[in-house]
Design a protein around this ligand. Structure first.
Ligand code: HEM
Length: 283
């Protein structure tokens, strides 16, 4: 294909997003709904700011930062605030929920680990709601979550566009080239993790994340470098807190209806859901 043809195909593809196709109409409608919903939350936040302040959540902090400028030349426009809310919601919601899903799956398929984790949780937290200190002591829970993130990385690939001509591992990469980093493949690579790469072995993380694989940055679930996941610590705390309260209250196993069909739709999820059987431990 000539360079001119390639450019006109690219331009046509880019132009398509402005055409009122069925798909675009649906996207625009959903975008409007999300924007209206967020705008309403922002309006109610602004309406109560004199009596209740902006609040200490992300939205409150963004609104406060803009107000500090006296409303003149705000650091973020309203559209940018809405976009930030959308990014955090989309980046933080499905990823975290699928980490919990696969953790529940692996706890169900490895009942001996479920028991070990429950013993650790009951030893460190009893039946209390866990504090930050308690969370830090839960080594087995931490290792279990890391192994879940390795085998079932919620984000299975990321991409980067070369900002200039460069060389990666001896290969010349031209400016504008899109590079794919296949996280899931790297996480199952025997050269990186050893012969047992495909096995479930939380114990590989017993000396920390950096020593688990043959490369210190082998675990890429939250990516790496300046654009790595900004919510990774929060995500781990959240996942631990949820798993703890479940382990304190229930024992569980997979329902016979479960069909193992991981499906990658931006995030990795079980195609037919995760039907489970829960038994209360309070009997
Ligand atoms: C298990 C949970 C999570 C996983 C596996 C995950 C994974 C990732 C990955 C792989 C990236 C890099 C994307 C890329 O480079 O293309 C990323 C970026 C990001 N994540 Fe997460 N994430 C999780 C939870 C969260 C949470 C809870 C939040 C917010 C509260 C969050 C907010 C973000 C944001 C804002 C970015 C973009 C950072 C930037 O571009 O500078 N993530 N995440």
């Amino acid at each position: 294909m000539s360079s001119l043809t390639r450019h006109s195909v690219a331009a046509t593809n880019r132009g398509k997003r402005y055409l009122p196709t069925e798909k675009n109409l649906k996207i625009w409608k959903l975008d409007k709904e999300v924007r209206t919903m967020l705008m309403n939350i922002i309006k109610s936040c602004l309406a109560t700011k004199d009596t209740m302040g902006y609040g200490s959540d992300l939205l409150g902090l963004m609104l406060e930062a803009c107000a500090a400028e006296g409303g003149h030349n705000p650091i973020l426009s309203m559209d940018e605030i809405i976009d930030e809310c959308k990014t955090f919601f989309l980046a933080g919601h499905d990823t975290s929920s699928h980490l919990l899903t696969w953790t529940m799956f692996l706890l169900s398929t490895h009942p001996e680990w479920q028991q070990k984790l429950r013993e650790e949780v009951l030893r460190e937290c009893g039946s209390e709601v866990p504090t930050g200190d308690m969370l830090n002591k839960l080594q087995l829970v931490n290792m279990f979550l890391l192994e879940t993130l390795r085998l079932y990385a919620p984000v299975s690939l990321i991409q980067r566009k070369a900002g200039s001509d460069l060389e990666v591992g001896g290969i010349k990469v031209l400016e504008g080239t899109v590079l794919t980093i296949p996280i899931a493949m790297i996480h199952h690579d025997k050269e990186v993790w050893g012969e047992d790469a495909n096995e479930f072995k939380p114990i590989r993380f017993e000396n920390g994340v950096m020593r688990a694989g043959k490369h210190p940055n082998a675990l890429l679930s939250f990516s790496n470098g300046p654009r790595s996941c900004i919510g990774q610590n929060f995500a781990m705390i959240e996942a631990k807190a949820v798993i703890i309260v479940i382990l304190q209250r229930f024992s569980f196993s997979l329902s016979p209806k479960y069909v193992h069909a991981p499906m990658d739709v931006i995030t990795l999820r079980p195609k037919f859901g995760l039907p489970m059987i829960l038994k209360s431990l309070e009997m």
